[in-house]
Design a binder for this molecule. Structure first.
Ligand SMILES: [Fe+2]
Ligand SMILES: [Fe+2]
Length: 170
């Protein structure tokens, strides 16, 4: 059987879940909310099953059209997860994992408090983990660069409280 997704997404999701839970604990979120973040993180990129492996594994730079296609994974993740009867807002948390505080994210371009806090936590954990992992098109950039990057985005794209909590736990 052909693989449904690339080789790094499952491990990536596990690592994002671990970090997102630590951030949420640092922020003293209630246990049900932490549970929901953990579940959402573990499946947040499931929509990538809809993207050709040739694109996911492409070693070079993506074209604008290819990047647009990759962006569709968020809506697919949401649509698939909505088919499951979660007692927690797992699909909704996943839906916001590429939205930014300043409205420059996707797929909806929502901003600030329109984005669930759980999603904002997932976003920061996703960025840190993505940068500190190897990818088909580059080696790991290392934790130092990841920390610099979330500091740079704090207060514009990222929630400064979440960034602060993340810096405490990495
Ligand atoms: Fe994603
Ligand atoms: Fe991700």
């Amino acid at each position: 059987m052909q693989h449904l997704t690339d080789n790094y997404t499952p491990l990536h999701e596990d690592r994002v879940a671990q970090l997102a839970v630590r951030i949420a604990q640092q922020m003293n979120l209630a246990s049900a909310r932490i549970e929901a973040i953990s579940m959402a993180a573990a499946v947040h990129d499931i929509g990538k099953v809809d993207i050709p492996l040739k694109i996911l594994n492409k070693p070079g730079r993506l074209t604008a059209a290819e990047f647009d296609l990759i962006k569709t994974h968020v809506q697919v993740s949401y649509d698939v997860l909505k088919l499951i009867n979660f007692s927690l807002p797992v699909p909704e948390i996943v839906w916001g994992h590429h939205e930014y505080m300043d409205g420059s994210g996707y797929p909806r371009g929502i901003s600030g408090d329109q984005i669930l806090l759980e999603s904002r936590i997932l976003t920061v954990a996703d960025i840190v983990e993505s940068m500190s992992e190897d990818r088909p098109y580059r080696k790991s950039l290392g934790m130092d660069l990841a920390v610099q990057e979330i500091k740079r985005l704090s207060g514009n794209r990222l929630d400064p409280d979440v960034v602060e909590a993340c810096l405490q736990v990495v």
